[in-house]
Design a protein around this ligand. Structure first.
Ligand code: DQA
Length: 152
């Protein structure tokens, strides 16, 4: 294994597949976990797949990932636009954090343009739907193999 990656999902992502499928698609969170397990296995990454609707629990998950992991793929969902606590947790870890959104929040309602994470994360992937998770895993794998906190 080349690294341990934590995929962390925020509020309402546990309802994926049933939640506004016209926007977020019909893949469920549990199906996404299976897909990510397959992709991470191909890349030689160990995967932890976590989700919570609770802000404080997400802060704890980010801390734990910072202590025990090598990279984080974070879809903070609605907390992206509101949570100083999650921003501070991301800023406090020193492993790469990829911010991921299934949709492109900038192309949606104006309140989604507020983003408290963008300047504290390592990289971002948005608008690729479920396939974005594969891109994020490939990106983190490349970073870890290169032994650095960014590609390049
Ligand atoms: C989201 C975008 C957010 O604006 C929204 O609140 C979500 C999902 C996405 O993956 O596109 O819950 O993070």
């Amino acid at each position: 294994m080349t690294g341990r990656v934590f995929v962390i999902g925020g509020p309402n992502l546990g309802r994926l597949g049933r939640r506004q499928p016209e926007i977020y698609g019909d893949t469920t969170w549990s199906e996404l976990e299976s897909l990510c397990l397959g992709w991470s296995g191909e890349l030689g990454l160990e995967l932890e797949f976590l989700q919570s609707d609770v802000e404080g629990e997400l802060v704890g998950m980010i801390h734990n990932a910072g202590d025990d992991g090598d990279g984080i793929i974070l879809n903070a969902a609605a907390y992206t636009h509101t949570s100083v606590a999650i921003r501070d947790a991301v800023a406090a870890v020193d492993i790469p954090v990829v911010e991921l959104h299934l949709t492109n929040p900038d192309a949606r309602e104006t309140f989604r343009r507020e983003n408290l994470l963008t300047d504290v994360v390592t990289a971002g992937i948005r608008g690729f739907g479920i396939g974005g998770y594969r891109l994020a895993l490939v990106g983190i794998s490349a970073m870890l193999k290169a032994g650095q906190n960014s590609i390049g």
